[in-house]
Design a protein around this ligand. Structure first.
Ligand SMILES: *[C@@H]1O[C@H](CO)[C@@H](O)[C@H](O)[C@H]1NC(C)=O
Ligand SMILES: *[C@@H]1O[C@H](CO)[C@@H](O)[C@H](O)[C@H]1NC(C)=O
Ligand SMILES: *[C@@H]1O[C@H](CO)[C@@H](O)[C@H](O)[C@H]1NC(C)=O
Ligand SMILES: *[C@@H]1O[C@H](CO)[C@@H](O)[C@H](O)[C@H]1NC(C)=O
Ligand SMILES: *[C@@H]1O[C@H](CO)[C@@H](O)[C@H](O)[C@H]1NC(C)=O
Length: 415
């Protein structure tokens, strides 16, 4: 079961305290906020390429794929290094495990399902006594035969919003379940696991709650993976994206993965692990496919004039509900919060939603700089095929953001 501790790492991602505080930084931010306009491309310059190459070499990362996604128009793609041990190169089509970057798919699916119920498009009925399904619906009401926590008060009061915002009071109990379990086993076992906090006392990251979220979709619509394929992957044209490691491998585009010191890892993430962890962390995708998903987040849930995620769901999912970092860790980042499957904070005055992922062999990060009156917004996708490289992908992502927003010269004032 220890094999599952990986998702636990999904959070090792906070930008670290890398910069000295500069007493003048506040004034400087207000003088030059920076901006990105879709037409100011390409962002990827020889200088940026050199920085990334140097960072990868220094960090011992075999392969990386990057996409920079504008609100309208074509993304920029670039890849570095190897996809396989015999030297096949990474490309924008190379498939990576997203790890915890998968979590936003659970929140989105529940948002779609809530909207289905609100508009009479549901294909099954709610349990007797429950007349509507919303973010505030209690777990005890939606999973009456399965849901129970050790803490009686929490057991009764926890709602959908709470489970997807990491405020149920449960700590990571990642060693309490394994590949031979079904989602129902995991739900039923929750009552034996000790809470670390009271309900809504504090943010406390927990993967099992995303497994519970996926299980609700499976219970009231169709198997979670099929729901995501039909309602999200297909309408976005994410044709290479899958929950199935064997399907990814059969495509010939699935990257191999390496330890942090550069040793090739054996295949370990099998179909059973993928099925069980579909919610918290089993999407496999490429920067090419994910640029479509990210473009949708830049456009409030709409892709190519098609609503994928209803607006009220988009707002609920991306708005912070719990506090992750109550004070800024450094001069560049603001305090931070967590919505549902997305962190939210600002970077040098720019409002950003992001998530990170970390499992053995993979380090991922996606960010969406929110469009504002003064700029267009952009998405940044960074996938690396090496273990424990959260800081490397964060550095690359931050540097891309600085170059895209023209705030790099400015940011050096922090050093
Ligand atoms: C890519 O693979 C080739 C062939 O195995 C090897 O020589 C090279 O060092 C690898 N590059 C990286 C960045 O690992
Ligand atoms: C949709 O949900 C409502 C509320 O539970 C229920 O009355 C109705 O029968 C459901 N529709 C279908 C097709 O199951
Ligand atoms: C979206 O709708 C607008 C306005 O109707 C239209 O001009 C545009 O071509 C459409 N875009 C796509 C990608 O269908
Ligand atoms: C959140 O969702 C609820 C429906 O569950 C909706 O009434 C509300 O307006 C949404 N909130 C936002 C900020 O859109
Ligand atoms: C990340 O950037 C900081 C600040 O430039 C640097 O000190 C640190 O070594 C970098 N880490 C990696 C892994 O590149």
């Amino acid at each position: 079961m220890a094999i599952l501790s990986w998702l636990g790492l999904g959070l090792l991602t906070t930008p670290l305290a890398l910069f000295k505080l500069n007493p003048y930084s506040y004034q400087q931010i207000s003088f030059n906020r920076g901006s990105y306009e879709g037409h100011q491309r390409p962002v990827i310059s020889p200088d940026l390429e050199a920085y990334i190459q140097q960072t990868l070499t220094k960090s011992n990362v075999p392969g990386l794929s990057l996409a920079i996604v504008p609100k309208d128009g074509e993304p920029e793609f670039r890849s570095w290094g190897n996809m396989t041990d015999d030297g096949e190169k990474t490309t924008p089509e190379t498939l990576f495990h997203l790890a915890s970057v998968s979590k936003a798919f659970v929140a989105s699916s529940l948002g779609i399902l809530i909207d289905d119920f609100a508009n009479g498009r549901n294909t099954s009925a709610l349990p007797p006594g429950l007349s509507q399904f919303t973010w505030k619906t209690k777990l005890r009401d939606i999973l009456p035969d399965e849901w129970e926590l050790m803490d009686e008060w929490a057991s009764e009061k926890v709602n959908i919003h709470d489970i997807l915002s990491h405020v149920t009071g449960m700590p990571r109990h990642d060693y309490s379940y394994g590949p031979n379990d079904t989602p129902i086993d995991v739900v039923r076992r929750l009552k034996h696991l000790r809470p670390a906090y009271e309900l809504r006392e504090k943010y406390s990251y927990n993967n099992q709650m995303f497994l519970v979220g996926a299980h609700i979709v499976s219970t009231y619509a169709k198997p979670y993976t099929q729901f995501v394929e039909e309602r999200i992957f297909a309408p976005l044209g994410m044709t290479s994206t899958t929950f199935s490691p064997s399907q990814a491998a059969a495509s010939g585009k699935f990257t191999q993965a390496w330890t942090k010191h550069g040793r090739l890892l054996p295949e370990w993430f099998n179909e059973d692990i993928a099925q069980l962890n579909a919610g918290p962390g089993a999407v496999i995708s490429s920067t090419s496919d994910m640029s479509k998903w990210i473009n949708m987040w830049l456009n409030s849930g709409i892709y190519m004039n098609k609503t994928i995620i209803p607006l009220s769901a988009f707002e609920n999912i991306t708005t912070a509900y719990s506090i992750t970092f109550g004070k800024p860790e450094n001069a560049k980042n603001s305090i931070g919060g967590y919505g549902m499957g997305w962190f939210r904070s600002s970077y040098q005055g720019h409002d950003v939603i992001y998530h990170t992922g970390s499992i053995p062999g993979f380090s991922t990060r996606v960010s969406v700089v929110q469009p504002s009156a003064s700029q267009d917004g952009l998405g940044i996708i960074v996938f690396a095929n090496a273990d424990d490289k959260a800081e490397t992908v964060a550095n690359i992502s931050d540097r891309v953001m600085e170059d895209a927003l023209h705030i790099r010269g400015f940011s050096e004032a922090f050093d």
